[in-house]
Design a protein around this ligand. Structure first.
Ligand code: GLU
Length: 302
């Protein structure tokens, strides 16, 4: 970068600017944001949003709270601990990193976002973002916007340990009692790919896991990483079989037309990839079930 002003020139301008702003506002000069390079115009104090006026980021910062829809029953991604009421997981960590980038003092209010209500939560303005193992696809893009992807999963199959019915892949689900969740890509995929499967739908995946524990169903199908969390929580009762048979890029849901907010989050994701913060969040959460930390996916600015 070429500097067009001498160092003393800058200092003189700065001192003048600080004096002007301090005189005009009666503020402590240390609060003046001198980073803008045009402080003589009376830039905002450092404590005010550094976001464009009227943007969602500025609104969130002014409110001091970002509302996030996430899962509450998916170990590894979004799990609400009954004992403490705290939510934890990779999606929760991503939410925290985004909130922090909006403003260091911004807190998060988590709302449960079962698969079938994610679009509605955003359309109603009930939440600022949905970060909930939420696959980006064209049908959903008709209703919401997606930053990301920030993770890529694949649909897989979970069965009782020992695989009593010998299920090896999605074709073998034909004729079997299979469980998945309403409003998910998983249930759509299994209905298409194994049309003879007897599909039971619940609102959340933990109910599928419980139903398999009771012998009411033969297999659960959804994203591999969600299933890995359930396998881990089953303490040896369940296992994964076969190979992932779909690609599920996870996005951060935002209101459909809020392109500014979507791109802001895309910028943050790229920063988190470059700084290693994404990998550290992965390690702290999914690292419990997965040995290798993958490369983060490339952000898609559609
Ligand atoms: N990623 C898939 C989806 O968005 C399945 C997981 C889920 O239901 O959250 O539908």
């Amino acid at each position: 970068m070429t500097r067009t002003r001498s160092r003393t020139g800058w200092l003189a301008a700065l001192v003048l600017a600080l004096a002007l702003v301090a005189a005009a506002c009666g503020q402590d000069a240390r609060e003046v944001d001198t980073g803008a390079g045009d402080a003589a115009g009376g830039g905002p104090p450092a404590s005010a949003p550094a976001h464009p006026a009227g943007s969602t980021m500025a609104e969130i910062q002014a409110a001091g709270t970002m509302t996030v829809g996430t899962k509450f029953d998916q170990p590894g991604f979004g799990l609400k601990r009954a004992t403490t009421g705290e939510v934890e997981g990779f999606d929760v960590e991503i939410a925290r990193l985004i909130a922090e980038a909006i403003g260091p003092e911004v807190e998060i209010e988590f709302t449960e976002a079962p698969s079938a209500v994610r679009e509605q939560l955003l359309e109603n303005g009930d939440v600022d973002t949905v970060i909930a193992t939420y696959t980006i696809n064209d049908a959903r893009k008709q209703r919401v916007g997606f930053a990301g992807p920030y993770y890529v999963a694949g649909q897989d199959i979970m069965v009782p340990a020992g695989n009593p019915l010998g299920i090896q892949g999605v074709d073998d689900l034909n004729g079997k009692r299979v469980c998945s969740v309403s409003g998910s890509t998983s249930v759509e995929n299994v209905r298409k790919m194994a049309p003879q499967a007897q599909v039971t739908e619940f609102d959340v995946y933990s109910k599928c896991a419980d139903a398999m524990g009771d012998g009411r169903i033969d297999a659960v199908t959804t994203d591999n990483t969600i299933l890995l969390g359930l396998v881990e929580a089953s303490k040896g009762a369940y296992e994964l079989v076969g190979e992932p048979f779909t690609t599920e890029p996870y996005g951060i849901g935002v209101p459909k037309d809020d392109v500014e907010f979507r791109n802001f989050i895309n910028d943050i994701l790229e920063d988190l990839y470059a700084s290693g913060a994404w990998a550290a969040a992965y390690e702290r959460t999914l690292g419990e079930f997965v040995d290798e930390i993958p490369e983060p996916p490339e952000v898609d600015r559609y």
